[in-house]
Design a protein around this ligand. Structure first.
Ligand code: HEC
Ligand code: HEC
Length: 328
């Protein structure tokens, strides 16, 4: 009898805590930290403006982790106050993307991370100078040695560490995820109606999976042409093929209430506008103001737990550290 009770208890324990609803959207899994030392180093590099020519621009300047991993600008501001060509996507949950950038030209986070440092319109530095800077600072050298076992830093280690940190930038436990996991009270009636409308009208054909996007390239303007002055052509700019013109990576809708303004050109400054345009251009459907409000209410339930950590303290420069050149 006692043994039976024990078996029943054990069986109950091994049953899944809560079955996740069979929906086109799945919960964001919590981050799994593989190498805590590497993540800590990557965090410092992410916040270190000395990886830029000016000594002023860090990854966090354009992907501000206090603001949903974006700069909330139409297009970014780079070195020398240069006007960027395209809207800065969020780094939150970017590890779930099938590739990085609006046109997918970097295959993963590591491949992406070297780009902005050497991009003249962004951080305007060189990989050599970035590595010289790091190797001029004994505390950095020691940290690279303890993480990678090598006496000097190189750009490969820099991008590995930044990517390891970015992999931790996920936002689980949104109200919608709680609903998916069975907490029916986690979202309101209006929010649920918004989700049903989102699903039934076909938004989930492109915005699906844990990131509610990030898993395919799709034409911006399926039913009607998208009017924009922005020169970006998406995948078409890479492949040169006509069918790829205006195909962009479907952005994640996680934390979308924080990542305004919207679209690759940043032209939609409110969620209401973005939803209206998506309905008309992607689905050929004109929503009423009430329907738009419901979808927007649903989208706001996708805001998850933001990455929360102590701001890293960066090791000070030494007499040998290359000097910043903020102007020119
Ligand atoms: C001057 C602003 C700026 C800085 C600095 C900057 N980025 Fe970006 N980042 C952008 C813009 C703009 C894009 C989109 C470019 C494109 O798609 O062509 C982007 C794209 C990305 C993406 C791809 C996200 C996606 O969904 O495709 C990641 C990841 C990223 N940046 C990480 C970083 C890291 C790491 C650093 C620091 C090493 C950094 N960025 C520095 C502006 C910036
Ligand atoms: C055919 C595929 C497709 C469908 C269907 C679709 N989207 Fe999109 N969505 C995209 C693409 C591609 C973009 C990026 C377009 C761009 O930036 O030029 C996008 C962008 C967005 C954005 C802006 C996100 C950001 O960070 O810039 C929102 C919000 C959005 N979609 C919501 C919706 C809603 C709501 C629906 C249903 C009414 C919908 N989408 C239907 C492909 C689609």
């Amino acid at each position: 009898m006692q043994l039976r009770t024990l078996i029943v208890a054990l069986l109950a324990l091994s049953a899944p805590a809560a079955a996740v609803a069979a929906e086109p959207i799945q919960p964001v899994p919590a981050a799994k930290v593989k190498n805590a030392g590497m993540v800590e180093l990557g965090k410092k590099l992410y916040f270190d403006p000395r990886l830029s020519k000016s000594g002023f621009i860090s990854c966090n300047s354009c992907h501000n982790l206090s603001m949903g991993g974006t700069d909330n600008l139409k297009t970014s501001i780079g070195h020398n106050w240069q006007e960027g060509p395209i809207n800065s996507p969020t780094v939150l949950n970017s590890s779930m993307n099938l590739a990085q950038f609006w046109d997918g030209r970097a295959k993963d986070l590591k491949a992406q991370a070297g780009g902005p440092i050497a991009n003249p319109g962004e951080m305007a530095f060189t990989h050599e100078l970035a590595v010289d800077m790091l190797n001029s600072i004994p505390a950095y050298k020691a940290e690279f040695k303890s993480v990678f076992g090598k006496d000097a830093a190189n750009i490969d280690m820099v991008t590995d560490a930044i990517a390891a940190f970015e992999e931790t930038l996920v936002t689980p436990d949104s109200r919608f995820d709680k609903w998916l996991k069975g907490d029916k009270k986690a979202i309101s009636k209006t929010e649920l109606e918004g989700y049903q409308l989102f699903k039934e009208s076909g938004c989930t054909a492109c915005h699906y999976g844990p990131a509610v996007g990030g898993n395919s390239f799709q034409t911006m303007g399926v039913v009607a042409k998208y009017d924009t002055k922005n020169k970006a052509e998406g995948l078409g700019g890479l492949t040169g093929k006509d069918v790829d013109r205006m195909k962009f990576k479907v952005p994640t809708l996680r934390n979308v209430e924080m990542t305004y303004p919207y679209f690759h050109d940043g032209e939609a400054d409110t969620l209401e506008k973005a939803v209206d345009i998506m309905g008309k251009l992607q689905l050929g459907r004109t929503y009423s103001a009430d329907e738009i409000a419901k979808i927007v209410a649903f989208l706001k339930t996708l805001t998850g737990k933001q990455p929360d950590f102590k701001l890293p303290i960066l090791p000070p420069s030494t007499n040998d550290t290359p000097k910043p050149k903020p102007f020119g």
